[in-house]
Design a protein around this ligand. Structure first.
Ligand code: FAD
Ligand code: UDP
Length: 366
């Protein structure tokens, strides 16, 4: 059998592209290294609870096209992410909003008072913002930086905030309202049918070969199709010939508890440097499930070499420059397409991943 596209990776990017290609009457083959499809959005049901095996996945978007697209496969529930940050004995609401500001400074009640307090503290940042520490202080001031950002970020990324790019923290909203919604997007929720169902529907009728690392058998597998869409790590595709791209990884420790509801909230962030994990996730809250048993996942940030799973690209200049060199190699290969969080070495949420896969499909399949 000869295929129009050999698609490497059955994550959201590969699955959306595969689905669109089949709709356009193309023949596709999907190659997947793991023993299951879906990449990092894959879940596993335990005790009737959907466990997000690779970290909490909350869908949110302001892209109407993506929202319409994903709603073909599932409706979404009304879950809104409102994590709690724990620092020593204190609890704070996230993202940074009027609740957080009042919890931090008990004499601050109004947006005007909060802005004045932050304005006073941000004066220490002068000139161009070049690192995460400066970016954080100029956004929310030193008190919040020291309490809610520094410890968490340095655990998460394994390096000092002064050596991290400002872009990482720009994801988080700063809001002058009493509003704990972690996202600003109009469309948010957890898929009622589950993430696995979305992937199953996208890949329906498509041949997927599991437990197969494309890079271990690249020449033979490439020859099976006219074109290859590669959604894995780009340095691995080139056998690291220009050097290794850096990633941060996470070890997920999934724990079962008798007695149901342990946390009272889906996500707790531990912003204290002394606690080795960054987050604990109680999955039942995503679906408002009441049960006598609960599953809580603890996220321990670790070096990529410890897990071999590249979760977070380190988007500093050095790594981005190396990625551009790999991309230049790929562009010289006429039949190679790249896409997704890994191949593009970018911190894409699910909605951006879908938008980019649809964009590639439009270009390719028109
Ligand atoms: P992936 O899901 O990584 O899929 C790539 C697939 O390719 C994998 O299945 C992999 O096994 C396979 N593969 C790689 N190399 C090879 C190879 N050589 N041969 C064969 N197969 C290969 N987004 C949100 O919108 N909301 C969230 O709350 C959210 N939380 C997240 C939490 C964490 C911890 C992480 C890491 C990401 C989170 N995301 C979230 C982002 C979301 O996971 C991604 O946008 C999306 O899953 C990317 O899909 P992808 O197909 O590009 O990559
Ligand atoms: N962050 C932080 N404290 C928190 C939550 C987040 O300092 O309590 C910082 C941290 O650097 C993190 C970044 O903000 O990497 C982005 O946070 P987000 O929750 O979007 O991370 P993700 O879900 O992508 O891991």
């Amino acid at each position: 059998m000869h295929y129009d596209y050999v698609i490497v990776g059955s994550g959201l990017f590969g699955a959306v592209f595969a689905h669109e290609a089949v709709k356009a009457d193309k023949r596709v083959l999907v190659i997947e290294r793991r023993g299951h499809t879906g990449g990092n959005i894959h879940c596993e049901e335990r005790d009737g609870i959907d466990i997000h095996l690779y970290g909490a996945h909350i869908f949110h978007t302001c892209d109407e096209k993506v929202w319409r697209y994903i709603n073909q496969f599932t409706a979404f529930n009304h879950y809104r992410n409102s994590p709690i940050a724990r620092y020593q004995e204190r609890l704070f609401n996230l993202p940074f909003n009027m609740n957080t500001f009042h919890q931090m400074w008990s004499d601050v009640y109004t947006p005007e008072e909060a802005k004045a307090r932050i304005e006073e503290q941000r004066k220490e940042v002068v000139g161009e913002v070049t690192n995460l520490e400066q970016q954080a202080i100029s956004l929310v001031g030193r008190d919040i930086y020291e309490t809610l950002i520094k410890g968490y970020t340095e655990k998460q990324w394994g390096r000092p905030c002064t050596e991290l790019p400002p872009s990482i923290i720009k994801r988080l909203p700063v809001r002058w309202r009493y509003d704990n919604n972690y996202f600003n997007d109009p469309h948010q929720g957890i898929p009622i049918a589950g993430y696995n169902s979305i992937i199953e529907q996208l890949l329906e009728g498509i041949t997927v070969v599991l437990n197969t690392d494309f890079n271990a058998d690249r020449t033979r597998l490439s020859a099976l199709g006219d074109k290859v869409l590669y959604t894995g790590a780009l340095d691995a595709y080139y056998d690291y010939r220009l050097g290794k791209l850096e990633y941060r990884s996470v070890h997920f420790d999934h724990q079962r508890f008798e007695g149901g509801n342990q946390q009272g909230v889906a996500v707790i962030n531990y912003t204290d440097a002394n606690i080795p994990y960054t987050r604990s996730i109680e999955h039942a809250h995503f679906t408002f499930t009441e049960a006598d048993v609960s599953w809580v996942s603890y996220e321990y940030p670790v070096d990529y070499s410890q897990t071999g799973e590249p979760y977070y690209p380190i988007g500093d200049e050095q790594n981005l420059a190396l990625h551009r060199r790999y991309r230049a190699l790929a562009e010289r290969e006429g039949q190679l397409l790249l896409g997704g969080r890994l191949a593009e070495y970018a911190y894409y949420d699910m909605d951006t991943t879908i938008a980019r896969a649809l964009q590639l499909a439009e270009q390719e399949l028109a």
